[in-house]
Design a protein around this ligand. Structure first.
Ligand SMILES: [Zn+2]
Ligand SMILES: [Zn+2]
Length: 255
């Protein structure tokens, strides 16, 4: 297997006891969004939080970055220099959120000898390469600056895409075209919503529209409340010709 996605959670903004807000890890090294409890989620899934070398934020709503402070604190409590952690996210907000986290943790006062994380601001359209991966981005349609990420595993050319939070947004179709796995939010469940809905979120049907038009091999629905999962899966499986899942916390998907 070339790419392994470990889901730490798949719920929406207010998580359940046993399923955090959506967050996942690629090949045990790249964490995508933090959810509420990143350190606990990583450890219970056998991943050492100190081994995460890239942290990618789709956007800076709180449910996606809430446990950044505890992740950084775990590193400094283990006396690990934070420069080993590269934090990527929308250029408009990534500096502010990381800087405020550093101030909140009082790192200058309590850990003056340790370095700060490396911040890599990303604009829609940017690419970034590290190790075996090439990352490419497009804008998603949300009510704060937000990115859709596509990870290309260079040795195998396999692609995994994640929309982050978004309403229906046609440019995403082209961006994720041909992905082996599309992770698409479905916050609105089976409720039809217009692209300009005030929540700036998608339904399960919107996710299928993207998956079908982009000819992806597998659709993974995330970012919905537990009560929506069964109906969302049912309708998505009726509408989409290929496999659809809604991963549970701890589920591993091989691509
Ligand atoms: Zn969210
Ligand atoms: Zn959001």
């Amino acid at each position: 297997m070339d790419v392994t996605i470990k889901f730490l959670g798949s719920n929406d903004a207010v998580p359940d006891v046993d399923n955090d807000t959506v967050s996942f890890v690629i090949n045990d090294r790249t964490l995508v969004d933090t959810g509420w409890c990143a350190v606990h989620n990583l450890r219970r899934n056998g991943i050492d939080p100190l081994e995460i070398d890239h942290l990618l934020f789709t956007h800076f709503h709180q449910d996606h970055y809430l446990s950044l402070p505890s992740l950084l604190f775990y590193w400094v409590m283990n006396r690990k220099n934070l420069e080993g952690l590269r934090i990527l996210g929308p250029a408009e907000e990534v500096h502010q959120v990381v800087q405020r986290t550093v101030e909140f943790l009082q790192l200058e006062r309590f850990f003056p000898a340790l370095s700060k994380p490396v911040i890599i601001p990303i604009q829609a359209g940017d690419t970034y390469e590290y190790g075996d991966f090439k990352l490419s981005t497009c804008a998603s349609k949300h009510n704060v600056p937000a990115l859709c990420y596509k990870y290309t595993h260079k040795p195998s050319a396999k692609q995994v895409s994640f929309t982050g939070d978004t309403a229906w947004h046609p440019p995403i179709v082209e961006h994720v075209r041909g992905s082996a796995l599309l992770i698409h939010e479905a916050s609105m469940g089976t409720q039809e919503v217009p692209p300009d809905n005030p929540y700036a979120h998608s339904s399960a049907m919107d996710a299928v529209r993207v998956a079908e038009a982009a000819e992806v091999d597998k659709l993974c629905l995330v970012h919905g409340r537990t009560a929506y999962i069964e109906d969302s899966l049912n309708i998505a499986r009726q509408l989409f010709s290929k496999e659809v899942i809604w991963p549970h916390a701890g589920q591993v998907v091989h691509v």
